[in-house]
Write a protein that binds this ligand. Structure first.
Ligand SMILES: [Zn+2]
Length: 256
């Protein structure tokens, strides 16, 4: 059965919860970005299930692995580079600009929260960002376009011009440790919030699975918005199983 956001009683409850909140936190997973046409690379049939993964150790150990890494990166690059924020991202940005939401914690690496107008210092990227590259040694950042141009020519690997270090997309790869500062900040925000909105995440993978419990222990309300049920639905004060963009748009911008 299809329930339009306007007639979904959960949307009205969410609107009231948002109105009552003073320090909400948004947590997002792949589901918010699939509505912008970005494939969920981890899903069954996604690219990560077709190829054996190149983990971080392998990436560092061999030039051959690094070439394969960049080949795959540029094969999927267009889907990310051409994507634009959807209603869901825009509604989240609106909540940040109203002061309702103090931070956006995301598992996504597409930069669409920043593109929708959320200030970069309000976005906590747990898995990094695939829209640019950086030197693994000194941290210098690089645009992807010049790297791509050179790589597509004869598969020349990018090397840091400052220090000669290995350059990789600014993402957290499998086998690479989670970014400490981001993890610490995400925990602090989860503990301090009065409302935690988990959006478009199946809440299965670490660390996503840990934040909702943390937030509940500290007395905040938990809302889960996802197209499918999640394992943590029983913990939530409100669960909305629906399209994310239209749901958030109705809750944030809809009128009674
Ligand atoms: Zn460097």
């Amino acid at each position: 059965m299809h329930v339009s956001p306007k007639n979904n009683p959960g949307v009205e409850i969410l609107r009231e919860m948002l109105a009552a909140s003073h320090r909400a936190v948004v947590f997002t997973g792949a589901g918010i970005s699939t509505e912008s046409g970005i494939p969920d690379f981890r899903s069954p049939g996604g690219i990560w299930s077709k190829y054996r993964l190149i983990d971080f150790q392998e990436f560092m150990a061999s030039e051959q692995a690094r070439r394969e890494y960049w080949r795959r990166k540029f094969a999927t690059h267009e889907a990310v580079a051409g994507a634009e924020p959807n209603q869901g991202h825009i509604a989240v940005a609106e909540l940040v600009s109203r002061g309702t939401v103090s931070a956006v914690i995301t598992q996504n690496i597409d930069g669409l929260h920043q593109a929708s107008g959320v200030p970069a210092d309000r976005v906590i990227e747990l898995h990094g960002n695939t829209t640019y590259a950086h030197c693994l040694n000194c941290g210098q950042e690089y645009d992807l376009d010049p790297i791509r141009e050179v790589f597509l020519e004869d598969e020349t690997l990018p090397v840091c011009v400052s220090c000669g270090g290995v350059v990789k997309t600014a993402t957290v790869s499998f086998g690479q440790s989670m970014p400490e500062a981001e993890m610490r900040l995400a925990k602090e925000k989860s503990v301090a919030c009065d409302l935690f909105l988990a959006i478009g995440s199946s809440l299965v993978v670490y660390p996503a699975v840990g934040f909702p419990a943390l937030t509940k222990e500290n007395g905040a309300a938990l809302v889960i918005i996802n197209r499918e049920p999640t394992n943590l639905d029983d913990l939530a004060d409100l669960v909305i199983n629906a399209e994310i963009g239209p749901t958030l748009d109705a809750a944030v911008n809809g009128s009674n």
